[in-house]
Design a protein around this ligand. Structure first.
Ligand code: CO8
Length: 256
């Protein structure tokens, strides 16, 4: 049997490739355990500044593995406590880029929405088709999709299991960019490398500040942003970044 994910590190980018092609990268319990352990290891590794999660050209992930759930009782689902793993993804501090080509469905769409930037290939298709198998999204889909695309589009996607194209997802505000399907992975990796060249502490604090916007009032969010803004003046990277600008040279960030 294949490893459920393939992990590698390239120039400050921690890469995870979902690797269950025989079931369209269905997110089995085993895959999720390995994925979350790897993301946390990347988060702890100071050489990694940005994380990239990719699938294959054909599919990002077609959802949770239906075989894991088909016969489960309420009690088994409760005891599995699988959403604790998804909460751990939410706590990753480094930016996570989802490179989505092909299907991102159900838990696959929800996994992409746990990421911070979604780069979609022209071929990407997003959907929350859980209703077709008698359930609803369970890893945040009803909440994050609604925040991203608004009530009426979310309702159409969730109640009617409507799949949307990459261009629609971009227009709706679900993805950050759409890139051509030729060299899609290389283009995504190039964006990850570009981001990984930014000051690492500022990257983490910027992510934290943006995520706060989903969880608090505007007034509290502005206060929070201001505190993080001031904190960055304690970093060497702020001194270096501003000095480099004034001296008209390229900054060399150390993550300090
Ligand atoms: N789980 C298990 N196996 C899957 C899944 C899946 N989600 N998706 C596809 N497969 C398998 C198929 O059974 C098939 O296996 P086999 O070759 O042995 O018959 C193989 O992958 C290829 O699939 P298809 O033949 O169906 O490929 P098509 O190109 O015809 O269709 C589709 C592609 C449209 C993506 C189709 O496979 C499909 O509809 N898949 C299911 C999509 C779905 O319903 N996703 C939601 C799942 S439920 C969920 O995600 C809930 C999340 C809740 C929280 C997460 C907790 C962990």
């Amino acid at each position: 049997m294949n490893e459920p994910i393939i992990a590698s590190i390239e120039n400050n980018v921690g890469i995870v490739r979902l690797n269950r092609p025989e079931v369209l990268n269905a997110l089995s319990l085993d895959l999720m355990k390995t994925l979350v352990d790897t993301l946390e290891a990347y988060d702890d590794n100071p050489d990694i500044h940005v994380i990239l999660i990719a699938g294959s050209e054909k599919v990002w992930a077609a959802g949770a593995d239906i075989n894991d759930m088909a016969k489960a009782s309420v009690f088994e689902m409760y005891e599995r406590n699988q959403f604790a793993r998804w909460e751990r993804i939410r706590k990753i501090r480094k930016p996570i880029i989802a490179a989505v080509s092909g299907f991102a469905l159900g838990g696959g769409c929800e996994l992409a929405m746990h990421c911070d930037v979604i780069i979609a290939s022209e071929s990407a298709k997003f959907g929350q088709p859980e209703i077709n198998i008698g359930i609803i999204p369970g890893a945040g889909g009803t909440q994050r999709l609604t925040r991203a695309v608004g009530k009426f589009r979310a309702m159409d996607m969730i109640l009617n299991s409507r799949f949307i194209s990459a261009d629609e997802a971009y227009t709706f505000g679900l993805v950050s960019r759409v890139v051509p399907k030729e060299n899609f992975y290389e283009a995504s990796l190039a964006l990850a490398h570009e981001m990984a060249g930014k000051p690492p502490i500022a990257l983490k604090l910027a992510k934290e500040a943006v995520l706060k916007a989903h969880e608090t009032t505007l007034g509290e969010g502005l206060e929070y942003e201001r505190k993080l803004f001031y904190m960055l003046f304690a970093t060497e990277d702020q001194k270096e970044g501003m000095a480099a600008f004034i001296e008209k040279r390229r900054a060399k960030f150390e993550g300090k």
